[in-house]
Design a protein around this ligand. Structure first.
Ligand SMILES: C[S@@+](CC[C@H](N)C(=O)[O-])C[C@H]1O[C@@H](n2cnc3c(N)ncnc32)[C@H](O)[C@@H]1O
Length: 535
């Protein structure tokens, strides 16, 4: 048979059980039990009782003499109420801070740091006040830790004074002090104006990324900067211009500043601190950043390396206080790479990429916008050209074409109703006009086109209501003749062929001439970028 207590434990698990006055005495036993899982259950049930539960607890506490271990456990119960600011819980916590036993005080101090609104409720003053009455090192450490959440200039001053007076600092205390200082400095720096300014000219080594195979188009878009590519998907150059000009490339994926390298002597933390304070590195960070330089460190060849990150952040804040380790509000991602006995970093500014903001809706097989840009760039669309995308999807190619030339006459078709809707939304958002048909590419009756620009289905089995189960071969046998018919003589088909072996003979047989081909890695899927011209 179940005992009364077991019954109560079980009820605690049920979200619809709200304990009442008659349960409180037994619930208290459970809430301070030695078994942590029982304690947790009891406390969450008790929280459901709200202010009356708390009041009972407080009265209980006042009337009796409890051991300090017991009082510390009760403090944990009250803390749960205090986290949500229930009734008089916070006043009670302040009372408990006066407990003669510092073990109880420590529970309170730690708990206060976890209040969601800890920063706003003037805990700093309370804790600084309390500091003078503290005798035990563990309690001092507890206060310093919580000051990391709630402190400001005054806390920094107190910690400095503390450090100056101590003859020796043990490792745990030193760690707590370092962490707290960084947290406080980070918070203080947030009130200063900040942000990135990509309009200032910058001299730096840059690495620019693209889909592997599309480097040649990025080189063409940024030709005045003489980009070279030694690795698929990566280009490099010595840049001497505002970074904003990188966005003149619509095919690039992103970019980073490449630092020089630094030996790992003294460990990775020290090496990174030296690297980031080099004139060439700090100089460029300062130039582009207004206010504090907030960063996050990522060790690309290792795991988290918390100790090294903390060490680097500490050395940096001492040596160059404008550098603030602030992962959640960062403007810079600092990716650190190790090559044998040295490291270098890629500095990636976190800026909004405004090139493709019109993307309101996607389709599952949507082209990456830089791929759409690549197709359109390769086509060299001219003003007033007629352009058809037979596999329009979310209309990225059409929009891109509408952006690069004036008064283009755009037609899009797709079989999928969701694609049609997505295309309409995106075209509206982009302010580009196009005539849209919900029909099969092989069926649309259209002629006189200057360009067909498209990213067709690339999978072996085609999806979509009218193509399910068809092989690519049978689809393209039907579609390519219609594409060829639609082009005027000299008109261009610019597309991604999923399989040139299969599509090239069909295209040739339809009077198309291959002018260019280039394999592209579309993220695990290979396709070939091609330009065909109608004879
Ligand atoms: C790779 S997606 C196109 C992606 C598009 N460029 C974009 O950026 O969203 C291929 C599209 O072809 C459509 N489709 C498949 N078979 C078709 C057919 N026979 N005729 C017309 N559209 C078809 C699919 O519905 C899909 O939207």
């Amino acid at each position: 048979m179940k005992t009364k207590v077991e019954g109560l434990i079980q009820r605690c698990d049920r979200p619809d059980f709200t304990p009442g006055k008659r349960h409180f005495p037994e619930l208290l036993e459970l809430a301070v039990s030695d078994d942590e899982s029982i304690r947790k259950k009891a406390i969450s049930a008790w929280l459901r009782a709200g202010a009356p539960g708390l009041d009972w607890l407080v009265r209980e506490l006042e009337g009796q003499e409890f051991s300090s271990t017991f009082r510390a456990r009760i403090a944990r119960v009250i803390q749960r109420f205090a986290a949500d600011d229930v009734g008089s819980s916070r006043v009670q916590m302040q009372e408990l801070l006066k407990d003669p036993d510092e073990q109880v005080q420590r529970v309170v101090i730690q708990a206060m740091g976890q209040w969601k609104d800890a920063e706003e409720v003037q805990l700093e003053a309370l804790l600084l006040d309390h500091w003078n009455s503290v005798k035990e090192l563990a309690t001092e450490r507890g206060i310093i830790k919580t000051l990391g959440r709630v402190g400001g200039e005054k806390s920094l001053a107190l910690i400095q004074d503390y450090v100056d007076r101590l003859e020796e600092i043990d490792e745990a205390t030193q760690k707590t002090i370092d962490k707290t200082r960084l947290e406080i400095e980070r918070r203080l720096s947030r009130s200063e104006a900040n942000g990135l300014d990509l309009n200032v000219p910058v001299q730096a080594r840059l690495r620019i990324f693209s889909k592997p195979g599309l480097e040649f188009l990025v080189q063409d878009e940024l030709k005045e900067h003489s980009l070279v590519s030694n690795t698929p998907g990566e280009l490099e150059c010595d840049w001497d211009a505002p970074l904003i000009q990188l966005y003149n490339s619509r095919v690039m994926l992103g970019f980073a500043i490449v630092t020089s390298s630094e030996s790992t002597r003294g460990g990775l933390g020290q090496a990174l601190a030296r690297l980031l304070q080099k004139k060439s590195v700090l100089g460029v960070l300062k130039r582009v950043t207004r206010g504090p330089i907030r960063y996050r460190i990522e060790w690309m060849d290792h795991g988290k390396l918390r100790a090294e990150t903390l060490e680097a952040a500490k050395l940096l804040s001492e040596g160059s206080p404008e550098l603030v380790n602030d992962p959640s509000e960062r403007d810079w991602d600092i990716e650190v790479y190790q090559v044998k006995k040295s490291i270098y970093a890629l500095l990636k500014p976190r800026v909004e990429d405004t090139r493709f903001l019109w993307r309101q809706e996607d389709v599952p097989a949507a082209s990456h916008p830089t791929v759409a840009a690549a197709l359109v760039r390769l086509a060299q669309v001219f003003d007033r050209a007629k352009v058809w995308d037979p596999f329009m999807g979310s209309a990225q190619e059409l929009i891109e074409a509408g952006k690069v030339a004036n008064e283009v006459i755009l037609v899009g078709s797709d079989t999928d109703a969701a694609a049609i809707e997505a295309a309409r939304k995106n075209l509206d958002a982009a302010g580009v006009k196009a005539k849209i048909h919900q029909t099969m590419a092989q069926r649309l009756d259209i002629t006189g086109q200057d360009f067909i620009i498209t990213n067709p289905p690339l999978g072996w089995r085609i999806h979509g209501p009218h193509s399910v189960g068809k092989s690519l071969e049978s689809l393209f046998k039907e579609v390519i003749p219609n594409l060829s018919r639609a082009l005027k003589p000299g008109g261009k088909l610019v597309w991604m062929s999923p399989n040139p072996k299969l599509t090239d003979p069909i295209a040739k047989a339809q009077g198309l001439e291959l002018r260019m081909k280039k394999p592209v890695d579309l993220g695990g899927m290979n396709a070939t970028l091609q330009v065909w011209v109608k004879r």
